[in-house]
Design a protein around this ligand. Structure first.
Ligand SMILES: Cc1cc2nc3c(=O)[nH]c(=O)nc-3n(C[C@H](O)[C@H](O)[C@H](O)COP(=O)(O)O)c2cc1C
Length: 225
């Protein structure tokens, strides 16, 4: 495997080992300080992930729009933008903000080749712009489509339950249950805020071609300064 992406935790745990093995190492960050640390450790690039993103998230909750330019200004390594990117318009915006590439999560989770359960894909396709929530923040913030489990988790947080109680409520394996087993009530249906824009199930190649074409037309359509 020539290129390795790490996330959730310190990249220092594996950076030396990966560098000496000649691997390209990219780490997911959600703050300027983390991006600088990755650069100091000699990593090859960072993924800059905003709070819009599906799945596990950083507690500080900075949006892609604010995070990308701040990280792009702070480091010299390439910045790959993630969080809220599902079409060519968002790709153009991310590149305009200083990113050199994009990482697309929810959109590719809902394509023909994705190994996600059909019920998960249908749930994302049916979701609107207000249907995701950030739950379990005191334990491990995760953005998911609102369901019975998410409602219970948010209720527990609001009623002041402590970290241990929330961790017990979370249990284990909910991500797998929601994404791969299609448990729409008790699983974590991890998906980003951009779910509301996703309304079809194309193949991955078609998606990439579409994104490139949208990128071109959206940049050409920008008004003259
Ligand atoms: C279903 C799903 C599962 C994910 N699992 C992981 C994971 O295991 N590790 C990780 O670093 N990021 C994971 N992510 C985050 C993506 O890698 C990506 O950064 C994020 O989805 C980008 O935001 P978007 O969903 O708005 O496109 C996951 C995202 C989704 C939607």
């Amino acid at each position: 495997v020539p290129i390795i992406f790490s996330s959730a935790g310190s990249p220092a745990v594996v950076s030396e080992q990966l560098r000496s093995a000649g691997r390209v190492h990219v780490h997911v960050v959600a703050a300027v300080r983390q991006a600088k640390k990755c650069e100091d450790l000699g990593l090859d690039a960072v993924v800059c992930e905003g709070v819009e993103a599906g799945g596990h998230n950083a507690p500080q909750g900075t949006t892609s729009l604010c995070l990308i330019p701040q990280i792009a200004d702070a480091v010299t390594v390439p910045v790959i933008a993630a969080g809220g990117i599902a079409d060519g318009r968002a790709m153009a915006a991310a590149l305009a903000l200083g990113a050199e590439g994009v990482q697309v999560g929810t959109r590719f989770a809902v394509c023909a080749e994705s190994s996600a359960h059909q019920a998960y894909k249908d749930a994302v396709i049916q979701a609107g712009d207000r249907d995701t929530v950030l739950a379990m923040s005191p334990v491990t913030p995760v953005r998911l489509i609102r369901n019975a489990f998410a409602d219970r988790a948010i209720q527990a947080e609001r009623s002041g339950q402590d970290r241990e109680a929330l961790a017990a409520l979370l249990g284990r394996g909910r991500g797998r249950a929601g994404i791969f087993c299609g448990d729409l009530d008790e699983g974590e249906i991890e998906a980003g805020q951009i779910s509301g824009l996703i309304d079809d199930l194309p193949g991955a190649a078609e998606l990439v071609e579409r994104m490139v074409s949208e990128y071109r037309s959206s940049t050409q359509a920008l008004p003259e300064a």
